[in-house]
Design a protein around this ligand. Structure first.
Ligand code: SF4
Length: 291
């Protein structure tokens, strides 16, 4: 019997794609992107397009494994649940629930992951972690360096006049961003790519700056200096930035030309088509400096 079922991608990916699966006699034979899903728009990324070879790989684990005498043995799900329940109950009785450490990280994005939190809250409360070795570590660093790190809704890009892609090949790392960027460009947005490597994303962009590998710090400093000099930084930045004066001193320790030389980028119009300050004006939302 053949049927079509709608499901969702199970990977830890913010696109949270909708999938349309063809199921024949209980076996998935084809997966496609859901055309009705606003991000997926009918296509899946390369790795999920190939997911069925993983799903039905003979190497894939399909049952729980229990270690006995140093070796793993396949067991049924009922037996695995009994073993887990018995061990958890024993530890709670002997040592109290705080002796159980519940470690959960991101995993699949969605609400289901919160079920395990709910379970251990009811069962314990047990010991939980503070912080995270996964994205939480990056979140903590970003908050410390830049403050709140919420992103815009991706469709907000359609309201942008200037979009800067710094070290990002959207065709491989964010394929569902491509149609949104194309639409933004059709609405008049200027796209700029900064990447030492030429790749397909450059074809979407009005200009491509290619700093020497490892030197984009210098390019960032050139950008910062232009922002300060042109008065395009937020006048209230002092209220929410630590060490703003030190940062400005650092940016102004070299001229824009010196920073650009370090980054191997021409500040003038030869490489960028426009002076660097023209583009920075757009990114800052200020008026672009005309040639
Ligand atoms: S982009 Fe790929 S990995 Fe991410 S949700 Fe969509 S299909 Fe899954």
């Amino acid at each position: 019997m053949k049927e079509i079922r709608k499901t969702v991608c199970n990977r830890d990916c913010p696109d949270a794609c909708g999938i349309v699966a063809t199921v024949e006699d209980g076996r998935v034979t084809r997966i496609r992107g859901d055309k009705e899903h606003p991000i997926t728009r009918g296509f899946l990324c390369y790795r999920t397009s190939l997911f069925l070879s993983t799903q039905y790989s003979p190497d894939r684990l399909t049952t729980p494994l229990l270690r006995r005498n140093g070796d793993f043995h396949p067991i049924s799900w009922e037996e695995a649940l009994d073993v887990a329940a018995q061990r958890l109950t024993t530890i709670r009785q002997e040592s109290g629930p705080a002796a159980i450490f519940h470690y959960r990280s991101g995993g699949s994005l969605g609400l289901l992951k919160h079920l395990s939190d709910y379970f251990f809250e009811k069962f314990g409360p047990v010991t939980i972690k503070r912080g995270d070795i996964c994205s939480g570590a990056g979140d903590a660093a970003q908050e410390m360096d830049f403050g709140e790190e919420d992103s815009h809704d991706v469709f907000d890009l359609l309201n942008s006049k200037n979009i800067l892609l710094w070290g990002k090949n959207v065709f491989t790392s964010s394929p569902h961003l491509v149609p949104i960027l194309q639409e933004a460009r059709a609405r008049g947005a200027q796209l700029v790519l900064i990447d030492p490597v030429y790749h397909k994303t450059a074809t979407l962009c009005a200009t491509h700056l290619q700093p020497r590998p490892g030197s984009d710090f210098a390019l960032a400093m050139a950008v910062a200096r232009i922002l300060f000099e042109q008065g395009w930084s937020d006048p209230a930045a002092r209220n929410y930035c630590d060490h703003l004066d030190d940062f400005r001193d650092l940016a102004e320790s070299h001229s824009v030309a010196q920073w650009c030389r370090e980054a191997d980028v021409l500040p003038g119009s030869a490489q960028t088509g426009r002076p660097l300050s023209w583009w920075v004006g757009g990114w800052a939302g200020g008026s672009m400096v005309r040639e």
